[in-house]
Ligand binder design. Sequence first.
Ligand SMILES: CC(C)(COP(=O)(O)OP(=O)(O)OC[C@H]1O[C@@H](n2cnc3c(N)ncnc32)[C@H](O)[C@@H]1OP(=O)(O)O)[C@@H](O)C(=O)NCCC(=O)NCCS
Length: 408
Amino acid sequence: MAGVNTMEKKLAEYKCDTNEAICLKLVRFPEDIEDDGTTFHPEYSHQIFGDDEVAFGYKGLQIQLFYSAGNLSTLFKVKYSSKVTETFDCVEPDDVEGKIREIVPAGFTCNTDDFISLLEKDANFKPFGTLLHTYTVHNEEAGELTYQIHKADITCPGFQEYHERLQTFLMWFIETASFIDADDDRWDFFLVFEKYNKDGETLYATVGYMTVYNYYVYPDKTRPRVSQMLILPPFQGEGHGAQLLEAVHRFYCSLPKVQDITAEDPSENYVKLRDYVLVKLCQGLPSFAADKLHLGFSADMIKEAQDKLKINKKHARRVYEILRLRATDMSDEEKAREYRLEVKKRLFGPYRKNQRELAKMRKCLRPEELVSHMGQMDTQTQHEELEKSYQVVVEDYRRIIERLASQA
Ligand SMILES: CC(C)(COP(=O)(O)OP(=O)(O)OC[C@H]1O[C@@H](n2cnc3c(N)ncnc32)[C@H](O)[C@@H]1OP(=O)(O)O)[C@@H](O)C(=O)NCCC(=O)NCCS
C-alpha cells in the first residue's frame, strides 16, 4: 500500500497545470524574449488538454508560444526539467507538442535565432485592409499611443495565413472557441493595431480583432452577426474593446442593406461592452432625451434605434433602462419604486412563462408530478430570484453609467 502511495506521489510531481505551463508573448524587441514581465498565460486550455487542464509526464513544463508583435510569426518551444519515461517505464507522457501542433499553423520556428530574423521582418508588416478609424489612448509610461482599426477580408494578400496564427489565441481566452471557415466570403474581419516606434521607424502591433458573419435576410437585407471578439490580454481594460465595437457598429450603420447587428451566443463581458457602446450611440437620439425616459419604453425609441443605428428592440430596451436609471433620482422613493417595477416587469417575462407552463401542466400531470414541478416554481423563490436578477442588472448598469461619466 505504501508503495502505491509513493508511486502516486511521484507521478503527481509530473502533472502540470497547462494554464501555467503555456507561456504566451507578443515580441517587439529581441530583449522581450528573455523578459518574463511580458509573458501572459491562457485563461483556458481545456479544449486542447481536457477538462482538468493538466499535462502529464513532465516536471517544470513550459510551452512557449512567442509571436512577433505585428505579423505574429511564431516561436514554439517545449521545455521541461525531466520527463516521466526517464524514471518510470510503465507510463507515457502526454504528446504536448502534437496537441499544440494541431492548432498552431505550419510555418512556426523552434529556433530563437530564426525567430529573431523573422522579428526583423516585422518592420515591413503593414495592417491588412482599409483603415476605418484612428484613436489615441494615454499611457502613463509611454504617453499618447495611436491605434488603428482596419477592415479586412480573406482576399487581402497574406491575410489568410495571418488569421490562422491570430485565431490560435481564441483557444486560450474564449471558453467555447472554435475556428471559423475563413474561406466563406461572408466573413468580415476587423483588426486593431497599435502604432509604435522601433529604431526611428513606425511599426504596427496586433492588439485584437473581431469576426462578423453577414447573414442573408429575405428579400434584400443582411444581418451582420458578431462571432468572435478578442482583445489580447496585454491590451485589455484600456478601452480597445469599446473602440472596436463602436467602429464596427458605425461601419454597418452606414450600409443601407444592413437590417440590424446581432451577436452569436454573446458572453457576459460582451453584453456589458455592447450595452456601454449602444448607450453611447443612443444617448444623443431625441426619443431617448431625459424628459421622454420617464414615460416608458416607447415605439419612437424602437423605431429611432432601428432606423438610425440598426439596433434591435431587445437591445434598445436595455439602453432605455440604463439611460432611465441615469436620469432617475434613486433617493426619491417613489421614482426609485417606479424604476424598479419597470425593470422587474421585463425580467419577470421568463417567470410568467413558467407560470403559464405550470397552468398547462396542471391539466396533464398526475398530482405527485405536479407537486414536484410546483416546488421548482414556488412563488417565494421566484420573488427572490427576481430580486437577485434585478440587483445584478442594476449593478452592471451603474458601472456603465460611471464609465460614461468618466469618458465625458
Ligand atoms: C471582452 C473584451 C473583448 C473586452 O475588451 P477590452 O478592450 O478589455 O474592453 P474595454 O477596455 O473597452 O472595457 C473593459 C473594461 O475595462 C474598463 N476600462 C476601459 N478603459 C479603461 C481605462 N482607461 N482605465 C480603466 N479601466 C478601463 C471598462 O470600464 C470595462 O470595465 P467593466 O467591464 O467593469 O465595465 C476582452 O476583455 C476580451 O477579449 N476578453 C476575452 C475574450 C472574450 O470574452 N470575448 C468576448 C466574447 S467573444
